[in-house]
Design a binder for this molecule. Structure first.
Ligand code: GAL
Length: 711
């Protein structure tokens, strides 16, 4: 079947279009008496959708030839009559024991070949034809049974593919990997070339000599080309399984939009979601907060990446938590106001649906300590009050016209590249401290500190439309990407490339002649070796001072020459005998009508904040002026023209985004990023707010406060 085009779930008959608001609902964990209570509370909270049946396989099909739709029919009917729509799962995420007992060969295996037993969830292998048979049978049965149900508005296909079963080392996987390699490379010779198998006597003469990157002994190193392809294959194997499930449903219910919930976050899973994003009708994401200082920024970063994957179509926040999760070693609570603030960060970045895991907090099972919309404390709790406030604020936002508006494009695109992340994860690299995924989030945060909200985008998106593009530790740059970067700069684009970029091609083969071989001419520097830093031996360099006062950690490039038209903005300052003193650290090179900056070391958020003003100036990229808070703490910033996205005045204590309607109407989302009050002058109308005092045209945003302003 063809890739899908965008389709958003439509409201129930005679209901207006609203933000979808609700959560995963597991009524089969509760006696039926609780269901009416659930519905009463859902109505009170203005919940209008629930995701149903995600882990209900054993209750829907209690044995191979017995089906039990009765309970599901009853709850769907109750919900629908109460005006609550259903995002229905095809229920295949967790196979029942009758199936695993009959067919233990569907269980996945770890890299040592050990079986992963049932006892939790997602204990199935994506390449098993038997698992596929049963999952498709269930999908078809679900679709047949609910095809005319007026309350089902979307299909929730499986759940978080690959959360637990991404890397499977079973014989089924091996066979599928061989077939995948055959499709990709055609001949074994091409595989040999791609994987560089003349190294360590790994040459293969036939596809049946391809073995999975199974356990090779502690401390040994797998062939990097094979590992890279195994990661690509593993993402594809799950995608194939998803497509099979999706198509089984779509054949029977062509009018019901489908999605599957992604897990996009700053350090998310090894799945190529950009590649998956054209296979869903609408994108949905599960996001759980990162406790601590990065909480708000990381949320905005991940939500922006979803907006990028969704190509600026509205997307669905399928899961987040009202308060603590239960799966970290320490499960921090949320502070007052964070429940609504967090939901709004996703809305600010283009989400038109806010849902939670889960509706009612479980009383038994592995997730009983995980927060929910109705907590153990019940309806008489601050948590439920906050949920109700959010429900009514989302309604107010919809009434004001926010639904369907698009996130205004930022001036800067920061690239996130799954392929570079795959390549940088190999265990034999210059330093294990450097992975691609670390860098984009540091840039996103540093740019916020400088008053710029960037867009996070995958390389496949048209980032050429941005004024500047950041290429952060993008280790893998193939010929096509190198050509795009060159063409962009030639036409006047501003490129910011960091260390550990452009080192290898799509097969993880090094571009020769000096790093970054893929784009040496563009950045106008030549690197002969790397200078990683660390403290695992006494006397090794742990950091490196730059002449501009910034400090580098973990990685510095030894730039040995620069082009005559490369401007050196900062060098390293070190003892003469180290060979690093005076080596260029930050450079800018003219290229056609545009320019390319090179940042030759890991500066982290702080070092970037210190260095970027000079780099941007040399690039001709104007950073906004940071607003002067004045003696009374009052900011002279107006949110109409004065947002960080569109004007030259910004406040780095705020996160600001703008959603715009086709008719020019716009909504500015303003969040306090710091733990002190921030006041903002606005000439717009405040649609909703929280932890925020409105005095005339002034907003006083307390910590965790936000406001949405209409213009
Ligand atoms: C997700 C999952 C949910 C629930 C949640 C808890 O990964 O989809 O079913 O387990 O995490 O945070």
């Amino acid at each position: 079947m063809m890739a899908r085009s965008y389709r958003w779930p439509q409201p129930l008959k005679d209901q207006p279009q609203r933000f979808w608001f609700g959560g995963d609902y597991n009524p089969d964990q509760w006696p039926e008496e609780v269901w009416d209570e659930d519905i009463r509370l859902m109505q009170q909270a203005k919940v209008n959708v629930v995701s149903l049946g995600i882990f209900s396989w054993s209750n829907i099909q209690p044995s191979e030839f017995r089906w039990n739709f009765g309970w599901l029919d009853r709850i769907i009917d109750k919900l629908g009559r109460a005006g609550i729509a259903v995002d229905l799962a095809n229920a295949t995420a967790s196979p029942p024991l009758w199936l695993t007992n009959k067919h233990p060969e569907i269980l996945w295996r770890d890299e040592r070949g050990d079986i992963v037993w049932p006892g939790a969830r997602q204990h199935w292998r994506p390449t098993s034809p038997i698992m596929r048979h049963y999952a498709l049978e269930l999908s078809r049965a679900m679709a047949e049974h609910y095809k005319d149900n007026p309350y089902v508005v979307a299909w929730h296909v499986s759940n978080e593919y690959g959360c637990h079963n991404l890397y499977d080392y079973s014989d089924d996987a091996q066979e599928a990997f061989r077939a995948w390699c055959k499709r990709k490379y055609g001949t074994i010779e091409h595989v040999n070339d791609a994987w560089g198998t003349n190294f360590w006597s790994q040459r293969m003469t036939d596809f049946d000599q391809i073995i999975l990157p199974r356990f090779i002994g502690e401390g040994n190193f797998t062939n990097p080309g094979k590992l890279l392809d195994f990661k690509r294959f593993s993402s594809d194997a799950l995608k194939d399984f998803y497509i099979a499930e999706r198509d089984a449903l779509a054949q029977i219910t062509p009018d019901i939009p489908l999605t599957t919930n992604f897990m996009v976050s700053a350090f998310g899973v090894d799945i190529d979601y950009d590649d998956w994003s054209s296979e869903v009708d609408f994108l949905s994401n599960d996001h759980y907060f990162t406790p601590g200082d990065a909480m708000l920024d990381e949320m905005a970063y991940s939500a922006s990446l979803c907006d990028g994957f969704a190509r600026k179509h509205p997307w669905w926040l399928m899961e987040n938590s009202t308060a603590a999760v239960n799966w970290r070693p320490i499960n921090y609570r949320k502070q007052p106001g964070q429940l609504e603030r967090d939901a709004m960060v996703h809305v600010a970045m283009g989400a038109d649906a806010v849902c939670y895991f889960q509706w009612r907090q479980s009383k038994a099972g592995a997730e009983k300590y995980h927060s929910a919309m109705v907590s153990h404390a019940g309806e008489h709790s601050q948590n439920f009050k906050d949920v109700c406030k959010l429900g009514s604020d989302l309604q107010t936002l919809a009434d004001a016209g926010v639904l369907g508006t698009t996130l205004q494009r930022a001036r800067v695109a920061v690239l996130f590249d799954r392929q570079s992340q795959f390549a940088s994860e190999h265990t034999a690299t210059p330093t294990q401290q450097v992975r691609h995924a670390y860098e984009p989030v540091q840039w996103f945060r540093a740019l916020l500190d400088l008053g710029v909200t960037a867009d996070m985008v995958p390389p496949t998106l048209e980032w050429e439309e941005y004024e500047a593009v950041v290429v952060p530790s993008m280790m893998m740059i193939d010929q096509a990407m190198a050509d795009r970067l060159r063409a962009y700069a030639e036409a006047g684009g501003k490129v910011l490339v960091t260390y550990a970029s452009g080192i290898v091609d799509e097969h993880d083969h090094v571009w020769l002649g000096g790093y970054p071989g893929a784009i040496r001419d563009l950045v106008g520097v030549r690197i002969e070796e790397f200078a990683p830093m660390g403290n695992d031996f006494d006397g090794t360099p742990e950091s490196l001072q730059l002449s501009n006062g910034a400090v580098a950690h973990d990685w510095a490039d030894v730039i040995t020459s620069v082009e005559p038209d490369t401007q050196v903005l900062a060098t390293y300052v070190d003892k003469p005998w180290t060979g690093m003193d005076g080596v260029p650290a930050l450079t800018v090179h003219e290229f056609g009508q545009g320019k390319a900056a090179y940042i030759g070391c890991r500066l982290g958020r702080e070092g970037l904040v210190r260095s970027l003003p000079a780099v941007c100036e040399a690039l001709g990229f104007e950073l906004p002026e940071l607003a002067d808070t004045g003696s009374d703490g009052q900011l002279a910033i107006a949110t109409d023209g004065g947002t960080q996205r569109s004007s030259n005045v910004a406040d780095n204590r705020l996160l600001i985004t703008k959603r715009v309607a086709k008719d020019g109407k716009s909504f500015t989302f303003v969040f306090n990023r710091v733990f002190e009050p921030v006041s903002v002058a606005t000439d717009g109308h405040v649609v909703i707010s929280n932890n925020c005092e409105i005095q005339g045209s002034n907003l006083e945003l307390a910590p965790n406060g936000f406001a949405v302003i209409a213009q």
